[in-house]
Design a protein. Structure first.
Length: 127
């Protein structure tokens, strides 16, 4: 599969795919014409890199844990403590962000109800 197809499938820009290759995070095959050819394992690595990026990991952190992720290397029987720790830490962060967003949502709903109530009172006073 060529870089344009992979970019569309994974929603990762071609520039990012080239960057990941430059940093040694992915290793697409090179065809005789010089085009990159991505196999299914590389696609899984890219999906994992996207997850790591969405989690806020740096490139160095990605490099550190990439070889330990069982979703990237399903045939390896290893799991680094780093991967577990990063996943647990990020899960805590996400849960905390969800709590904050729920509080914000609640406050916004409350304010909207007050605004609607004030608006209704204002209309009733006119008539």
């Amino acid at each position: 599969m060529r870089i344009g197809e992979v970019s569309k499938l994974t929603n990762v820009s071609m520039r990012s795919l080239r960057y990941y290759e430059e940093k040694g995070l992915i290793h697409p095959e090179r065809l005789e014409n010089g085009y990159r050819d991505y196999d299914k394992l590389t696609l899984e690595r890219i999906k994992t890199l996207k997850l790591y990026f969405d989690l806020g990991l740096t490139t160095a952190e990605m490099q550190q844990v990439m070889g330990c992720d069982p979703f990237v290397f399903p045939y390896k029987n290893l799991m680094c403590k780093d991967v577990i720790m990063i996943y647990e830490d990020k899960l805590k962060e996400v849960s905390h962000q969800i709590q904050i967003l729920q509080q914000i949502e609640s406050r916004l709903k409350e304010r909207l109800m007050k605004i609607y109530h004030l608006k209704e009172d204002s209309i009733n006073e006119r008539y």
